[in-house]
Design a protein around this ligand. Structure first.
Ligand code: SF4
Ligand code: SF4
Length: 300
């Protein structure tokens, strides 16, 4: 595991020791994502069934070609919805709605230092269950789920085999590849980074001279190694399929981890207000370190 992610895990440990509104928000957004992914095929809005050949479109049985067109249109429609959200709020879907990102969260929850064996087992189980739910909802687009218990021995072996491979793959991704995938390999993330940095809604930094205690928790917790206080700084090439020399804003997942860490640090210090926020902003800010130094010297 990279050194940077060890630092993130230490900050996460401190931050997650108290509940936070983002836990509930993330649970709801992820539930919604998985529900949309599962409901479309399960209700027969669009599904191709490679097992029994009973394909569906608009809740009725349909020829294969029509059902396949429905599946493609359904996937494209989901893409358009997430794209529109990205026009307003950058890669917020990556931070809040993408099941692959959530798999990474479950994967790293196992590595948070100081876990008792029961906590670790719980984290492992949650990760495995979420991975299974994700893989099942993807499979539901292509096969009637009844194949798992009503199929011929060969069909059941095929279905259970696919599920096992998918769960092991998703789980392994969360344990080992994790955010590196979002940073350097995700083609959708790359596309969003190009076309829609969060222009109006997202993480922003305010009040740097009054309230930032320079604890660096926000930098250390960022899963994709950004500087949340300075998202307009250009990020050099990060390898893989990521873009080079674009502002950090383009890469930001708007996941809110930096804000959560910031809120906790400010709370522990008894200071305020919180300098990092998630919301509407009138343009990303840059840290003017010289100005900050001058202001501090002026006060001293
Ligand atoms: S800058 Fe903050 S919101 Fe953006 S990816 Fe990093 S931790 Fe998440
Ligand atoms: S976490 Fe908050 S207080 Fe700490 S350095 Fe970042 S912005 Fe400043």
């Amino acid at each position: 595991m990279a050194k940077a992610s060890n630092i993130r895990l230490k900050v996460l440990k401190a931050v997650r020791s108290v509940g936070h509104r983002y836990d509930r928000l993330r649970f709801v957004s992820m539930l919604f994502s998985l529900a949309v992914l599962a409901v479309v095929p399960l209700c027969g809005l669009a599904r191709v069934d490679v097992w029994s050949g009973r394909h569906f479109l608009l809740f009725h049985e349909a020829p294969f070609k029509h059902a396949l067109a429905g599946v493609i249109i359904g996937i494209a429609a989901m893409y358009v919805v997430t794209f529109l959200s990205n026009v307003v709020a950058g890669r917020m879907f990556c931070g809040w709605g993408c099941p692959v990102g959530q798999v990474s969260r479950f994967g790293e929850a196992v590595d948070v230092p100081g876990l008792k064996w029961k906590q670790r087992l719980r984290a492992e189980t949650e990760g495995a269950l979420f991975s299974a739910a994700f893989v099942l909802s993807v499979m539901a687009w292509w096969v009637d789920p009844r194949v798992f218990w009503m199929g011929s021995p060969a069909a059941m072996a095929w279905a259970w085999g696919m599920l096992t491979v998918g769960v092991v793959g998703a789980y392994a991704h969360g344990r080992w590849w994790r955010w590196e995938f979002c940073k350097t390999a995700c083609p959708i993330g790359l596309y969003y980074s190009f076309v829609s940095p969060a222009k109006w809604y997202g993480v922003y930094f305010r009040n740097q001279h009054d309230s930032c205690i320079e604890c660096d928790a926000c930098d250390n917790v960022c899963p994709v190694d950004l500087a949340p206080r300075d998202l307009m700084a250009a990020i050099p090439a990060r390898g893989g399929v990521s873009i080079a020399d674009a502002p950090g804003r383009n890469h930001c997942l708007e996941c809110g981890d930096c804000i959560r860490a910031c809120e906790r640090m400010i709370e522990l210090k008894g200071e305020g207000p919180v300098p990092l926020l998630l919301g509407y902003h009138d343009g990303p800010q840059r840290i003017d370190r010289e100005k900050a130094l001058t202001a501090e010297q002026g006060q001293g």
